[in-house]
Design a protein around this ligand. Structure first.
Ligand code: IPE
Ligand code: IPE
Ligand code: MG
Length: 246
């Protein structure tokens, strides 16, 4: 039986978030420049999107560029930004045909104009589509996001529009880039690194974490199905005991 057929359709994560890692090492293994790894990684994004459509996942968040990634060599940063613009432009029709919506989390203002313009166009073209939302984490870091939320909430408290006692989990969540997006049930990181690298720190409070040795450009639909099968084998207790959940 294929992995997709083994998946329980009644226990599909609504939201899967992926730390797409290992492009550079994959390219090096092929004797190629790092950018080649990033460009082949686009194929893995297509595979993951198709797998999410097959399973009925509602949100797929992709950690695409962190605030710390600006510290890479200029040539690589420029290459990634160009690849992003090209990929969105190339894939737009296909996304539209599949009725996929596009959301962006992160500091969009800090992106190059060409990226912002391409993203805006794509958001306009795809607005109203909701079969699946692809959420691009771009110029994103969780600490940046949480700092923004703290600033906004403290302004409101100072202005007297909310009382500090009214600061609930829901209020904090509503000040994050992911407001209106459910927390991810499953977070996947490829490439064998076992860390979070400043990704969705608030939202992952009860996410299931899945680490695989597979480098991102080698990550196929089948790998995503395996991750979901692993997720389905876990007992999510949210602080309770096993007996309470059954
Ligand atoms: C992930 O692959 C892509 C981005 C962070 C933009 P890397 O470029 O980090 O690849 P490795 O980790 O160096 O192999
Ligand atoms: C995390 O990968 C960021 C993205 C996948 C966009 P990194 O490769 O930047 O993370 P570190 O530096 O290994 O922690
Ligand atoms: Mg990396």
């Amino acid at each position: 039986m294929k992995s997709l057929e083994k998946i329980d359709k009644n226990n599909i994560p609504q939201h899967i978030a992926i730390i797409m890692d290992g492009n550079g090492r994959w390219a090096k293994k092929q004797g190629q420049e790092r950018l080649y790894g990033h460009s082949i990684g686009v194929e893995s994004v297509r595979e993951s999107l198709n797998a999410c459509i097959s399973m009925g996942v509602k949100y797929l968040t992709l950690y695409t560029f962190s605030t710390e990634n600006w510290n890479r060599p200029k040539e690589e940063v420029d290459g990634i930004m160009n690849l992003l613009v090209q990929t969105i432009s190339n894939e737009l029709e296909l996304l539209k045909e599949n009725e996929i919506g596009l959301l962006v989390i992160g500091d969009e203002e800090g992106l190059p104009d060409s990226c912002r313009e391409e993203l805006q166009e794509a958001k306009d073209v795809l607005s109203g589509y909701n079969k699946l939302y692809i959420v691009l984490a771009l110029n994103y870091s969780a600490r940046w996001e949480i700092k923004q939320a703290i600033k906004n909430i403290s302004e409101k408290v100072k202005a007297g529009s909310i009382d500090s006692n009214a600061i609930t989990d829901e209020l904090v969540s509503s000040e994050l880039c992911t407001k209106n997006i459910p927390d991810p049930e499953l977070i996947i990181r490829t490439s064998g690194e076992h860390r979070i690298s400043n990704f969705l720190l608030w939202q992952l409070a009860y996410s299931e974490l899945y680490f695989t040795e597979v480098l991102w450009p080698d990550f196929k639909s089948e790998d995503l199905y395996l991750a979901v099968l692993d997720y389905q084998s876990r007992e999510r207790r949210f602080g309770q005991t096993s007996e309470q959940i059954i």
